[in-house]
Design a protein around this ligand. Structure first.
Ligand code: NAD
Ligand code: UGA
Length: 456
């Protein structure tokens, strides 16, 4: 059997490497129009950083895992084609700022039609609006062809930073297909592939539309939890409650559960925002405007949390940060990844620079992406991988990403090198606030009352 994946990104690369590892008898090829990415997958420096991924790629590359830019040849030879291209938010025309931009997906469908010479199972791996499989089906069957195409939905639930673990041991695999003989046969083929390493009871089969909507629903509910706890974090700061204690208390209720209740400077990542906006657009398209408003609020609270964090920095630093050096610790949207897409640090760094602060960015993995994201700020922003150097002569430091290395720094040394009064703003609640306060820092954390020497 031959599997092809179109799109060698954060999903296509790791997912196919895992299938190749678990199914040594299947040839897996990943193609992309981006030649640089394809070369990087075959080099010592993979195009994405993911713990454990290099080992999986090393084990399979050249054995039964191949990367190529020859999309046409890949299509011709494959029995199953995973489509894992990007589906960003539309930035133009109808539905701009909300709807999913499906141009890459449609190009892929047309490309498959142009090159296919035998029957194929097409697997929608990208996150898409409900009924996209229908559009794919129509394109694929738009001309008389001897080949038949069966489109399945198989959304991906991996999270960055834990992709290998998530792929190895997924909570569930979701496969949506049509309730026809051909649909059921195609679903069984895909079930049999995953069943090589995923327990059968975790492989769910549904209809296509439920599968497509479940992916948007899962991301919306996860993001909603973060916005919910973040909304409570503001209340905690105002009242003297501690959001960590609140989260721990409510999370003990087994109906609520303890995970995904870490208050933060806001959620980032390539998908939460775009998928909720996609859901909002879907609600609106169905005439369900109140429900669109409901989901939109999850994104608004997330923006508000970031703006509130910057507002707090300005007001606590005597209402001006102009000319003040501020070190941002972390730029990735979460720990264990170099990915900065939609990272809260982008919006925050831009707002600080607008206030004419001298922003210095530090991150163990994401500085290359940070330079691209903040390119238009030029030399108003500096970069230093070494957090000690970034904080030297700074008025303030702010934690943007929960990298474990930031917990282990010598904060006394950092305090000694900073200008006084020295400020620490913890956007991820990872520092020992009491200890920092005792060193002399004025400490402001998301979700708890400040510890400051300034009132005395
Ligand atoms: P990505 O941007 O990292 O990768 C997509 C790749 O597709 C790019 O390398 C691009 O060059 C390639 N591509 C685009 N059009 C092409 C074409 N016509 N032919 C060949 N290659 C083409 O995106 P990603 O993060 O891997 O996300 C892919 C999809 O998976 C999205 O729909 C996303 O919502 C979804 N998803 C992402 C994650 C995640 O953690 N990043 C998790 C679950 C689902
Ligand atoms: C998320 C989902 O968890 C995946 O299931 C999904 O497949 C993926 O989106 C996708 O569709 O792209 P990801 O964005 O990689 O995965 O990472 P998460 O761990 O979900 O974190 C998202 C953001 O929320 C990060 O910025 C993180 O710091 C923030 N977060 C998460 C919090 O602020 N608090 C929390 O308690 C949890």
């Amino acid at each position: 059997m031959k599997i092809l994946c179109i799109g060698a990104g954060y999903v296509g690369g790791p997912t196919m490497a895992m299938i190749a590892r678990e199914c040594p008898d299947i040839t897996v090829t990943v193609v992309d129009v981006n030649e640089e990415r394809i070369l990087a997958w075959q080099s010592d420096e993979l195009p994405i950083y993911e713990p454990g991924l290099k080992e999986v790629v090393d084990e399979t590359l050249g054995r039964n895992l191949f990367f190529s830019t020859d999309v046409g040849k890949g299509i011709e030879e494959a029995d199953i084609i995973f489509v894992s291209v990007n589906t960003p938010t539309k930035t133009f025309g109808h539905g701009s700022g909300r709807a999913a931009d499906l141009q890459y997906l449609e190009k892929t469908a047309r490309n498959i039609l142009a090159h296919a010479k035998s029957d194929k199972i097409i697997v929608e791996k990208s996150t898409v609006p409900v009924r996209t499989a229908d559009a794919m089906n129509r394109i694929l069957n738009s001309r008389n062809s001897d080949c038949s195409f069966e489109v399945l939905s198989n959304p991906e639930f991996l999270a960055e930073g834990s992709a290998v673990k998530d792929l190895e041991n997924p909570d569930r695999i979701l496969i949506g297909g049509h309730d026809t003989e051909a649909g059921r046969k195609a679903m069984q083929t895909l079930v049999d592939i995953y069943a090589r390493w995923v327990p059968k009871e975790r492989i769910i089969t549904t209809n296509v539309w439920s599968s497509e909507l479940s992916k948007l629903a899962a991301n919306a509910l996860l993001a909603q939890r973060v916005s919910s706890i973040n909304s409570l974090s503001a209340l905690c700061e105002a009242t003297g409650a501690d959001v960590g204690e609140v989260a721990s208390a409510v999370g003990r209720d087994s109906r609520i559960g303890p995970r995904f209740l870490n208050a933060s400077v806001g959620f980032g990542g390539s998908c939460f925002r775009k998928d909720i906006l996609n859901l909002v657009y879907l609600c609106e398209s169905c005439g369900l405007h109140e429900l669109g408003e409901y989901w939109h609020q999850v994104v608004r609270v997330n923006d508000y949390q970031q703006d509130r964090f910057v507002g707090g920095m300005i007001s606590n630093m005597f209402n001006t940060i102009s000319g003040k050096r501020i070190a941002l610790f972390g730029f990735a949207f979460k720990a264990d990844t170099g990915d900065t897409r939609e990272s809260p640090a982008i919006r925050i760094a831009k707002q600080l620079a607008e206030e004419r602060a001298n922003v210095v960015i530090s991150d163990p993995r994401a500085l290359d992406n940070a330079r691209i994201d903040l390119g238009d700020l030029g030399d108003r922003v500096a970069y230093d991988e070494d957090p000690y150097k970034a904080a030297e002569k700074a008025h303030a430091l702010a934690i943007m990403t929960e990298w474990p290395c930031y917990k282990q720094l010598d904060y006394q040394r950092i305090f000694d090198s900073m200008l006084k009064p020295a400020f620490a703003f913890d956007g991820r609640r990872i520092l020992d606030h009491q200890k920092l306060y005792e060193m002399g820092f004025n400490v402001y954390s998301i979700g708890r009352a400040p510890l400051t020497h300034l009132d005395a």
